[in-house]
Write a protein that binds this ligand. Structure first.
Ligand SMILES: [Zn+2]
Length: 414
């Protein structure tokens, strides 16, 4: 017993030392890991975020801490495909403090441009839209969004609502663009299409294009991408910053597919909702029990995912049928792959697991375009914006239509 305790204490000390001795590097590694079984994927997913899940391998963009961990577990089955050093890239840039997208990617919106766009829309469509805030991020930025309805906001909580969120993860910039474009699209349509206007009299759409503002700003500072995923939390006693916001929700918090190492890209934080960015979402959803459907946009892989994420077990019952039917229907438009979230690997502390478990919200995670690193991965270029919007406009409109009573989809004919 004592021996076991000493060993555990020693292991803990060593792991603390290894993190303390570790300083964040600017190197990002694109790696391929040979994995044959679900359990191996699960163990890799507890070290870092995985992409392109294939039968015999997975890929990932990892920092040097996660690379070291992967090599410790998987040895020579980890192959580095490419190394990118953002500090080297940044050294070439003239204005290192400039918060702007790299050349060619200017059509993407910076946080400030998102704010300007939301204010512009609310001004232009006064009767149908209002800017609102979830609250502030760690660095004090307002998580602004817009609410949209066909008949003003009296008795707001009585109208069935759909909530759209983008950019829980910093480097997934396309996931800001799609919900932002949807806001403009819905407002234009309310003003020009009388059938849609009348449908929207009994609906509210809440759209928050950027959840992780601090991370987004960091990821483009000096017009240099950094493959940054987490928020910008100063982790006590560690030289590594950031918490993975999509591991910070309460369902199975700290379980598989998340890490307790502050340096890991899937670090879950000290407690559920420890981060203001997720805490604000929690408070907002608690106050709005009219929210029946939700999409959290991410990139990339072209997937439509629904709970559970933390376990391979299906949710079961009628709700599972609704989720599966909705995901399949939506996939007919965007051609993404619909599946239960844990179909790839389990991960805990997930947004949709929480939204469904605590609030019975039919919540989907959309992993937007592209499907692979070869097509641009996290940084697929400006031409992808329009494409991703076009692909997802119909699926989101469909979800909105069934937001009053999601169970109605079970009677829908194809
Ligand atoms: Zn993501």
């Amino acid at each position: 017993m004592l021996k076991g305790f000493c060993f555990a204490a020693l292991a803990l000390m060593l792991s603390v030392f290894s993190i303390q001795g570790f300083s964040e590097s600017s190197k990002i590694y694109h790696v391929k890991i040979v994995t044959h079984e679900k359990s191996e994927r699960a163990s890799a997913a507890s070290i870092t975020h995985l992409l392109e899940i294939k039968k015999n391998y997975v890929t990932a963009y990892v920092n040097s801490f996660d690379l070291k961990e992967l090599k410790r577990i998987f040895g020579s089955r980890v192959r580095v495909l490419k190394v990118y050093d953002w500090k080297r890239e940044l050294a070439r840039k003239r204005n290192k403090s400039k918060i702007e997208f790299p050349e060619g990617d200017e059509p993407y919106h910076t946080y400030q441009e998102v704010v300007d766009e939301l204010n512009k829309l609310a001004k232009e469509y006064k009767t149908f839209a209002k800017v609102l805030s979830l609250g502030k991020t760690i660095e004090g930025h307002e998580q602004l969004g817009i609410k949209i309805s066909g008949s003003g906001f009296a008795n707001e909580n009585k109208k069935p609502a759909m909530m759209l969120m983008g950019s829980h993860h910093s480097r997934e910039h396309l996931s800001t663009e799609v919900p932002l474009m949807l806001a403009e699209y819905f407002l234009k349509k309310i003003s020009t299409d009388s059938r849609f206007h009348s449908e929207m009299k009994n609906r509210i759409v809440y759209i928050f294009p950027v959840i992780n503002i601090d991370g987004k700003i960091h990821d483009i500072q000096g017009q240099t991408y950094k493959y940054w995923r987490k928020n910008r939390k100063d982790n006590e006693g560690s030289s590594c910053k950031g918490v993975d916001l999509n591991r910070n929700y309460p369902v199975d918090f700290g379980g598989s597919g998340s890490s307790s190492s502050t340096c890991s890209d899937v670090y879950h934080g000290v407690a559920p909702f420890s981060e203001p960015e997720t805490q604000n979402i929690n408070e907002f959803v608690k106050k709005h029990d009219n929210i029946k459907t939700m999409i959290s946009f991410h990139t990339y892989s072209e997937l439509i995912l629904y709970p559970w994420s933390y376990t391979y077990d299906p949710i079961g019952g009628l709700d599972e049928k609704v989720f599966a039917k909705m995901a399949k229907d939506m996939a007919e438009w965007n051609n993404y792959t619909p599946m239960q979230s844990s179909g790839l690997y389990t991960s805990s502390g997930d947004t949709c697991d929480w939204a469904y478990k605590e609030h019975e919200i039919f919540c989907f995670t959309f992993e937007l375009n592209p499907s692979s690193a070869g097509e641009g991965g996290f940084y697929p270029g400006a031409e992808m914006i329009q494409k991703a919007f076009q692909l997802n406009q119909k699926p989101v409109e469909y979800l909105l239509e069934y937001t009053d009573d999601p169970y109605r989809v079970l009677n829908r004919r194809r």
